[in-house]
Design a protein around this ligand. Sequence first.
Ligand code: NAG
Ligand code: NAG
Ligand code: NAG
Ligand code: NAG
Ligand code: NAG
Ligand code: NAG
Ligand code: NAG
Length: 214
Amino acid sequence: MESKKLSLVGVSLWILLGCSLSYATLQDIACLKSIKASLEDPYNYLNASWNFNNDTEGYICKFAGVECWHPDENKVLNLRLSDMGLKGEFPRGIKNCTSLTGLDLSSNNLSGSLPQDISHLVVYLTALDLSSNNFSGSISVDLANCTYLNTLKLDHNQFTGQIPAELGQLGRLKAFNVSNNQLSGPIPHFVGYSPKAEDFSNNPGLCGEPLKSC
Ligand SMILES: *[C@@H]1O[C@H](CO)[C@@H](O)[C@H](O)[C@H]1NC(C)=O
Ligand SMILES: *[C@@H]1O[C@H](CO)[C@@H](O)[C@H](O)[C@H]1NC(C)=O
Ligand SMILES: *[C@@H]1O[C@H](CO)[C@@H](O)[C@H](O)[C@H]1NC(C)=O
Ligand SMILES: *[C@@H]1O[C@H](CO)[C@@H](O)[C@H](O)[C@H]1NC(C)=O
Ligand SMILES: *[C@@H]1O[C@H](CO)[C@@H](O)[C@H](O)[C@H]1NC(C)=O
Ligand SMILES: *[C@@H]1O[C@H](CO)[C@@H](O)[C@H](O)[C@H]1NC(C)=O
Ligand SMILES: *[C@@H]1O[C@H](CO)[C@@H](O)[C@H](O)[C@H]1NC(C)=O
């Protein structure tokens, strides 16, 4: 009797966990499909490798630039899509990669502005590298809500306006780089990180520590 009850509990737990797991991994597949569909891929890097005609759990973990939490589970940990000649805007479909901690889109040909709600798209990100692209507009103040960030690289883009003062509140920040943009105004006060002059170089109007005072 007791063991029957226990096995019932076991079975319902198994069903519950199984359902939520496969739901999570379906979301990650939707994430990658959406990214592939929303970016131009002139050198066929994604087209050649991101083939979704496979039912094997973990198959997306072999895709170029995709790193999973576990090789047998379709759950994306990091996306490293650097230097692939990709064109287009910041891919909003990334929201469906709900367990993503690292995103590297550096050295591509991405453009447009950063989403105003970027913290809702990449909630658990610890590293964001968008350097050497063609992003423009202001640096989204909502990045300050990505509280796990320890690396934020935005150098070599076309960002304009001020660096949001709120970014200084990112308590885990270890690396921050906005050099080679079109930024102006005061450099924020960073709570846990000592900014170096090279991280701000080649902007027309930035001032304050570690550059000359405003
Ligand atoms: C994508 O790759 C397939 C072969 O893997 C090729 O037939 C197709 O033309 C490619 N699509 C584009 C847009 O290049
Ligand atoms: C599906 O993915 C698995 C795991 O990556 C791989 O071993 C298998 O060859 C793939 N099957 C097809 C038809 O591509
Ligand atoms: C996430 O995936 C679902 C399908 O699983 C889709 O309906 C939804 O539009 C996707 N969200 C984004 C932001 O792409
Ligand atoms: C980026 O795209 C622009 C506009 O289409 C093009 O002129 C430029 O050559 C591209 N740059 C690279 C590095 O692919
Ligand atoms: C960057 O975008 C501008 C337009 O916003 C375009 O004129 C220029 O060719 C782009 N540069 C590169 C390297 O893609
Ligand atoms: C950050 O999140 C808080 C709480 O959701 C919200 O009130 C605030 O407006 C967000 N900040 C930005 C800059 O979006
Ligand atoms: C920031 O980027 C610039 C140019 O890309 C580079 O010279 C500088 O060393 C970088 N700063 C750090 C701390 O890596």
